[in-house]
Ligand binder design. Structure first.
Ligand SMILES: Cc1cc2nc3c(=O)[nH]c(=O)nc-3n(C[C@H](O)[C@H](O)[C@H](O)COP(=O)(O)O)c2cc1C
Length: 186
């Protein structure tokens, strides 16, 4: 697949669409390898990943359910089941975390941006292997620190759920280029 095609055909594939085909450990390693080669200002390399698989998925589902119950203002059984179901239906979940440079040598947004670039690498590398993925960022991620054993200067920016799938995901849309680009030539 050409890079242009890979980028254009990448989609968010949600856990209900995943089948039970296991993801090989070496594929996860290769995907994380792609992630760690993202650009990083001052080489702070702020990305940190926690790979949650096998039995740990049930523990993740419990941690998410507990965080949701403890912190939501309007509890909804549907949301509770959906949040837990994402963890249970995925073959692998990768917690996307950011480590803030202790010296604060650059603004936090640059570290968040670097993590975002790592996730794009990770997402494209997954897609190249026909593994579906989806970046989930519900409010509960702010409360997963104890489960993820995050350090004080680390923060969870989301969960990247992964699984093989059978049905082609729906297509997606973007604004046309002329709405998002301006050229200056003189
Ligand atoms: C930082 C970030 C956070 C996201 N969080 C969520 C989320 O919590 N729930 C969700 O359904 N999609 C989430 N997404 C995925 C977007 O909804 C998705 O990329 C968008 O709908 C475009 O679809 P596509 O990825 O298939 O092109 C997130 C994407 C990014 C970049």
């Amino acid at each position: 697949m050409s890079l242009a095609h890979l980028i254009r055909s990448r989609r968010s594939v949600h856990p209900p669409a995943y089948n039970n085909k296991p993801i090989a450990a070496e594929d996860i390693t290769a995907i994380l390898e792609a992630a760690r080669w993202a650009p990083t200002h001052k080489k702070t390399q702020p990305w940190r990943f926690v790979v949650i698989r096998s039995d740990a998925r049930a523990r993740l589902a419990d941690a998410i359910g507990e965080a949701y119950t403890a912190h939501t203002e309007k509890f909804s059984e549907i949301t509770f089941d959906k949040l837990r179901g994402n963890a249970l239906k995925s073959q692998v979940a990768i917690a996307i975390c950011m480590q803030r440079d202790p010296k604060e040598s650059l603004p936090e947004w640059e570290e968040i941006a670097a993590v975002g670039m790592a996730v794009q690498n990770l997402w494209l590398a997954s897609h190249e292997k026909n593994i579906g993925g989806y970046w989930s960022s519900p409010g509960v991620i702010a409360h997963l620190g104890p489960f993820l054993q995050l350090e004080e200067n680390q923060r969870c920016l989301g969960l990247f759920y992964m699984g093989y799938y059978d049905e082609a995901p729906r297509d997606s849309e973007r604004l046309p280029l002329d709405e998002v680009v301006r050229y200056f030539e003189h």
